[in-house]
Design a protein around this ligand. Structure first.
Ligand SMILES: *Cc1c(COP(=O)(O)O)cnc(C)c1O
Length: 361
C-alpha cells in the first residue's frame, strides 16, 4: 500500500536545530513584543525581499489588513482586485471598510489583467490590489503606470511570492506595499506569520502602530491599532527555515521540472507559467484541464481515490461569496477556476511521486 500524498507539507528544520534556536528564550524570558529574533528576522527579510522597510506580523491576513489600513483610505473607497485568490485578499478589503471591484485575469499566468483595470476606475477608486498568484509576478510595470496615472495606491498580495524576483529585482520592491504570508503551508514559514514591505519610513511607523495597539510608549497611544505582533517562537522558526530556503527552492524546482517534462505538450493540459525574467519559488504546481479526456473534478476525484490529494486553488472565485455584491464579469477567471487543479508539491516528495501522479492523469 503506497502512502498518501498531500498537496503540501510544511518545511521544518530539525527538532534539534529549532530547540537550539529557542534556548535563549528561557534565559531572557522575552517571548514577544519585538524581541531580538523578531528584529533579526525583519532585517534579514529586508535584504531577501528587496525592501528598505519590512514589518513582521503574526499572520499574513492581519499584515494585509494593516497594509490596506495604513493608507487611511476613506470608507467605501473602491479597490480593484482579482477574484482568483484566497478568501483573505477579498476579506481584508471588506474588513477595512472598502469595496472590492473585481477585474479579470490573464490566461497565461493567472495574474490581474492590466488591460482590463482602467475601465473599472471611478472617482471612488482608491487602490489596485493584485495578487502574485502561485508566485507569478504580476505585470508590475503596466499596473504601476495605471496607478500613477490615476493617483491610486498599488498594494500587492505577495502571499505566494516569497523569494521571487523579476529581472533581478526582488518582489518586495514593487508597488506602494507588498504583503507576504509565512503560514505553515507557504514556501517559507514561521508557523503562522506574515510581513509587509514598504519603502516609506512614515508608512513603516504606521504599520508598527497598527500591529501593537497604536502604542508608542508607556503613556502614548497614537491610533486605534490592534494586536498582530509576531512572537519569538515564530521568528525563531523563520530564522531556521531561512537557512534551508535555497535547498527547499531547488528541491521544488526539480519536482516542477519533472512535472513539466511529463505534462508539457499534452492536448487538453495547460500549465500556467511565470512571466519571462522571473526567478521562481516553485510554490505551487497549477494545471488547467481544458479539453482533457476527463474534467478537472473527475481528475481530482480519481487522484483522491489513489490517496493523492490535489486542491482546486482557486475555486470558487471570491466574487461569488454571498457577502460580495455580484455582477462582476470575469470570464477568464471563471473558466480557469472551473478547470484548474494544483497538484502536490513539497520538498518531502520525490520524482517517483511525481511519476505516480502523472501516471494516474
Ligand atoms: C495564505 C494567503 C493569505 C493569508 O495569509 P495567512 O498567513 O494564512 O493569514 C493571503 N492571500 C493569499 C493569496 C494567500 O494564499
Amino acid at each position: 500500500m503506497k502512502g498518501n500524498i498531500y498537496v503540501t507539507q510544511p518545511s521544518m528544520p530539525s527538532y534539534e536545530e529549532y530547540c537550539e534556536a529557542i534556548r535563549p528564550l528561557w534565559e531572557s524570558r522575552w517571548l514577544t513584543n519585538m524581541g531580538d529574533m523578531h528584529n533579526e528576522l525583519e532585517t534579514r527579510l529586508c535584504g531577501i525581499l528587496g525592501s528598505p522597510q519590512t514589518v513582521l506580523f503574526t499572520n499574513g491576513h492581519l499584515a494585509l489588513e494593516a497594509a490596506i489600513q495604513a493608507f487611511g483610505f476613506p470608507r467605501g473607497g473602491e479597490v480593484i482586485t482579482t477574484p482568483f485568490t484566497f478568501a483573505s485578499t477579498t476579506n481584508a478589503i471588506i474588513r477595512s471598510g472598502l469595496v472590492p471591484v473585481f477585474c479579470d485575469i490573464l490566461a497565461d499566468d493567472c495574474t490581474l489583467d492590466p488591460g482590463k483595470v482602467e475601465a473599472l476606475v471611478t472617482e471612488r477608486t482608491v487602490a489596485i490590489l493584485p495578487v502574485h498568484v502561485y508566485g507569478h509576478i504580476c505585470d508590475v510595470e503596466a499596473l504601476g503606470e495605471i496607478a500613477r496615472r490615476h493617483s491610486l495606491k498599488l498594494i500587492f498580495d505577495a502571499a505566494h511570492a516569497f523569494g521571487t524576483s523579476l529581472n533581478g529585482t526582488p518582489v518586495g520592491a514593487f508597488g506602494d506595499a507588498s504583503m507576504f504570508s509565512f503560514h505553515a503551508t507557504k514556501v517559507f514559514n514561521t508557523i503562522e506569520g506574515g510581513a509587509v514591505c514598504v519603502r516609506d519610513e512614515s508608512l513603516r511607523r504606521r504599520l508598527d502602530d497598527l500591529k501593537n495597539f497604536g502604542i508608542r510608549d508607556a503613556e502614548t497611544v497614537v491610533c486605534a491599532g490592534g494586536n498582530a505582533k509576531m512572537n519569538e517562537f515564530q521568528a525563531a522558526m523563520g530564522l531556521c527555515n531561512l537557512r534551508h530556503f535555497e535547498q527547499e527552492r531547488s528541491r521544488r524546482a526539480a519536482l516542477v521540472m519533472a512535472y513539466r517534462e511529463r505534462l508539457t505538450g499534452l492536448d487538453g493540459i495547460t500549465l500556467p507559467l511565470p512571466r519571462k525574467g522571473t526567478e521562481a519559488n516553485y510554490s505551487y504546481m497549477p494545471v488547467i484541464f481544458d479539453g482533457w479526456k476527463r474534467s478537472r473534478d473527475e481528475v481530482a476525484a480519481r487522484l483522491a481515490g489513489e490517496g493523492i490529494f490535489a486542491r482546486k486553488y482557486f475555486h470558487p472565485l471570491t466574487s461569488s461569496y454571498p457577502f460580495c455584491s455580484g455582477g462582476a464579469v470575469t470570464p477568464v477567471a471563471q473558466h480557469i477556476s472551473e478547470n484548474i487543479l494544483t497538484l502536490p508539491l513539497h520538498s518531502g516528495l520525490g520524482v517517483e511521486d511525481v511519476e505516480r501522479i502523472c501516471e494516474v492523469l
